[in-house]
Design a protein around this ligand. Sequence first.
Ligand code: FES
Length: 95
Amino acid sequence: MPVISFAKNQAPITVEAGANLMKSLLEAGLPVASSCKGDGICAKCRVLIVTGAENLSQINPREQVLRDRLRIPREARISCQTGVLGDVTVDASYW
Ligand code: FES
């Protein structure tokens, strides 16, 4: 099963393959910024992908719209629109 690791102090968490990244972080007790509650509108849930970007789901059309509109950098993903398929290390400025 995929392991989500963190660039800072948090212990790694194990998730089901394909688990939603934002939900997994929330279930682990980490705060994730959001004003749309995961509907893919606000882009506040973006997280930095430190390693393992290739182990995440493809960017879906909804995420692509946000990325284009807000010029979100390559190393970030909209966590509510992202599935975890393998090991990944993530970070957020407010963790
Ligand atoms: S929570 Fe709003 S886009 Fe992800």
